[in-house]
Design a protein around this ligand. Structure first.
Ligand code: PLP
Length: 432
């Protein structure tokens, strides 16, 4: 496989864009080599500028649940584009999408649209602080909630610690209100509550973590968070930007019976356009400006073109919820195939599936938190990733990401990926 044109394009991009990319993970930093520059996509596949063809298990990092260029979504977007791109004034399509979301999610009475998952989470946290009149928040190591200041926090050592910024440019004054806990470890959350001087406004969690690899929360853990929040008056925020409409139609909330106070959504809700949303209990959402005092705004929020893509996607999903059963079957077929391929070379591999999401770690123990994830063999992952890419299988370029099945995929798709995996595992064994 030649990547010559992509290599040239990457060099050229590098001159004008920091790192050559507009979001860091795209640069293939953790697996090495040049990222293919994509020319176009169709269904389950993408094609790069060198003419290479790939089965796409990234699907724009989740949003494209119907694959590339789905005709219904395409049509909805084109119809809307012809009426104007943006007005900065109310349009009925915003209410239509809001109504779909509110009718679907028992935890959401009202919802507001923004332009990204980052914005959704940032706004939900501000709202939680405004509602509770408290400053501190609890987040979990390995959970990603976008790149806003108070959420870019790294783990301190040991027990509950007050967060240190994980990036230059974030003043520690802004992260001192972020307390860190361990995923799937209720005791570490209790320590945060005990440590907090200012009071905990909210606990934010990915109820199915997808940004440290795929690591689902245990049911008892989420139930414990609910009880702890109820006992202390803190709000529980489920960040379902990735898991929403992916793990099931209702994300984690369609799988476990724990109701959060606020929910953040993104990715699939925009059908490939830039959209985020946050919603929740009516009394909390009413605190939002202009109904209430907590300020939040956006020139392009609720953009009609983005709403049209989201609405078409959500309506298609709602009309045919059985596709989750099928996508989950395909995801299991894939991970079982990966496991068998690894076993044939005596390579330890553990896998996980939730609906259309799948994950795998080069590890011999089940991964329950970020420390477990980090102890997996990332070097083996890097070799596997490149070997798969060379065979036309496009996987997320980090050991700490999630893979996605899309609706156009079939048994044949999976079986060709599994055949590639047998060869790739042999390369892992040879190069280790
Ligand atoms: C992707 C993601 C975000 C950030 O969304 P952006 O649209 O990239 O800003 C936040 N939370 C979770 C759980 C995500 O997966």
């Amino acid at each position: 496989m030649s990547y010559k044109k992509s290599q040239e394009a990457f060099k050229e991009a590098f001159r004008y864009i920091p790192g050559g990319v507009d979001s860091p993970v795209r640069a293939f930093g953790s697996v090495g080599g040049t990222p293919p520059f994509i020319a176009y996509g169709k269904g389950e596949k993408i094609y790069d500028i060198d003419g290479n063809e790939y089965i796409d298990f990234v699907q724009s990092w989740g949003p494209l649940i119907f694959g590339h260029c789905n005709s219904d979504i395409e049509e909805a977007v084109i119809d809307t584009v012809k009426k104007g791109l943006s007005f900065g004034a109310p349009t009925t399509i915003e209410t239509e999408l809001a109504k779909e979301i509110v009718e679907m999610f028992p935890s959401i009475d009202k919802v507001r649209f923004v332009n990204s998952g980052t914005e959704a989470v940032m706004s939900a946290i501000r709202l939680a602080r405004g509602y509770t009149n408290r400053d501190d928040i609890v987040k979990f190591k390995g959970c990603y909630h976008g790149h806003s200041d108070s959420l870019l926090v790294q783990a301190g050592s040991g027990a509950a610690t007050f967060g240190n910024p994980s990036s230059p440019g974030v003043p520690s004054d802004l992260t001192k209100h972020t307390l860190l806990a361990d995923y799937n470890d209720l005791e570490s959350v209790k320590r945060c509550f005990a440590d907090s001087i200012n009071g905990i406004a909210c606990v934010i969690v990915e109820p199915i973590a997808g940004n440290m690899g795929l690591v689902p929360a245990e049911r008892e853990f989420l139930e414990g968070l609910r009880e702890l929040c109820d006992a202390t008056g803190a709000l529980l925020i489920f960040d379902e930007v990735m898991s929403g409409f992916r793990a099931s139609l209702l994300g984690a909330q369609g799988i476990v019976d724990v109701r959060p106070d606020l929910v953040t959504l993104g990715k699939v809700i925009g059908g490939g356009m830039p959209v985020g949303a946050f919603g929740g209990r009516g009394d909390i959402m009413s605190m939002l400006s202009p109904e209430g005092p907590v300020y939040q705004a956006g020139t392009l929020s609720g953009n009609p073109v983005a709403m049209a893509a989201g609405l078409a996607s959500i309506r298609k999903l709602k009309a045919n919820p059985s596709i989750y059963v099928e996508m989950s079957r395909l995801a299991k077929r894939l991970t079982e195939g990966f496991e068998a391929a690894a076993k044939s070379e005596d390579i330890p591999l553990v896998t996980e599936v939730r609906g259309s999401m799948f994950g795998f770690f080069f590890s011999d123990k089940i991964v329950k938190n970020f420390d477990d994830a980090q102890s997996s063999d990332t070097k083996a992952f890097a070799i596997f990733h490149r070997a798969m890419l060379d065979r036309g299988i496009y996987l997320a370029c980090s050991a700490f990401e999630t893979g996605f099945i899309c609706e156009p995929m079939s048994d044949e798709t999976i079986d060709s990926a599994v055949r590639a995996a047998y060869e790739a595992m042999r390369e892992v064994q040879d190069k280790k």
